[in-house]
Design a protein around this ligand. Structure first.
Ligand code: PEP
Ligand code: MN
Length: 286
């Protein structure tokens, strides 16, 4: 057979900026969040509420995350909401609660800064700073987190291509910060039955092009509590280095994203399934 006539695509036809490129660095990057390593052989689970609501809510949720095997606590103090009338977050009071609960549970915390002016405050209280989907192309924010000396969780813009996502990460690395974790959280498509379309093919693609660790957010990726576990397992199967999931002590009372938040029991059950899936692809849950 004339192999030249076969249509075998070996190259990805996009531009990969140099600092994030795997081809250039030739080895993968491990991001360290207060002792927790992301990007090695072990898969790291981030979990917690969408928003910090109260001390009791955060403490109870954090304890169930810890007992279930989560390694990093998530929770928003500054919330990017589609409506200005929805909960905007507890701001500095929320950050203080996060740092207090970190002391009580020993879990490092990740939380979002929505604006370059919030970075300094978030750095004071958190272990990792999140740039949300709506801000993936907020270049002043990307530059600021690039200079902040703290690991960054960069979420894919809901309408961003893989190339745009990598260029956003490049902004952070160009300021001297290589401690960046990429997060696939679903993109906008014509589909309306799920909140977003979780692009799991982004995981092998990003890992093929970049040395940065890649995690998946099946909560925002689907918007549906019942679908979170199955997509979480699929994410592990396609090679994700971690998962970030919304868990709430009382999802039915959550002030934000309760419909996609797992209960503590659902989280615990999922963790045991995830261990099996990880084993099947020669990985382990940290
Ligand atoms: C979040 O993780 O709290 C969040 C708002 O997600 P996203 O930026 O992906 O919408
Ligand atoms: Mn949320």
């Amino acid at each position: 057979m004339d192999t030249n006539s076969c249509n075998i695509q070996t190259d990805v036809k996009i531009t990969v900026p140099s600092l994030v490129s795997l081809k250039k660095k030739q080895k993968t990057t491990i991001v360290k969040v207060n002792g927790v390593e992301i990007g090695g052989s072990k898969i790291v689970i981030f979990a917690g509420p969408c928003a910090v609501e109260s001390k009791e809510q955060l403490f109870e949720t954090a304890m169930s995350v810890k007992t279930g095997g989560g390694k990093i606590l998530r929770g928003g103090a500054f919330k990017p909401r589609s409506s200005p009338y929805s909960l905007q977050g507890l701001e500095e009071e929320g950050l203080k609660l996060l740092s207090q609960i970190r002391k009580e549970t020993g879990l490092p915390v990740v939380t979002e800064a929505m604006d370059a002016r919030q970075v300094e405050l978030v750095v004071k209280y958190a272990d990792m700073i999140q740039v949300g989907s709506r801000n993936m192309q907020n270049y002043p924010l990307l530059k600021e987190v690039g200079m902040c000396g703290m690991p960054v969780l960069l979420k894919r813009g809901m309408m961003a291509t893989i190339e745009e996502f990598l260029f956003a990460a490049e902004y952070i690395l160009s300021q001297g910060n290589e401690q960046v974790v990429l997060c696939e959280r679903g993109i906008r498509t014509f589909e309306t039955s799920t909140r977003n379309t979780l692009d799991l093919s982004a995981v092998p693609m990003l890992k093929n092009l970049s040395h940065l660790p890649v995690i998946v957010d099946p909560s925002h990726g689907t918007g549906l509590r019942w679908m979170v576990p199955v997509m979480a397992k699929a994410a592990v199967a396609v090679g994700a280095d971690g998962l970030i999931m919304e868990v709430h002590n009382k999802p039915e009372e959550a002030l934000c994203d309760g419909q996609q938040s797992l209960s503590p029991d659902e989280f615990t059950n999922l963790m045991s399934d995830l261990r099996k899936v990880a084993g099947a692809v020669n990985r382990e849950i940290l």
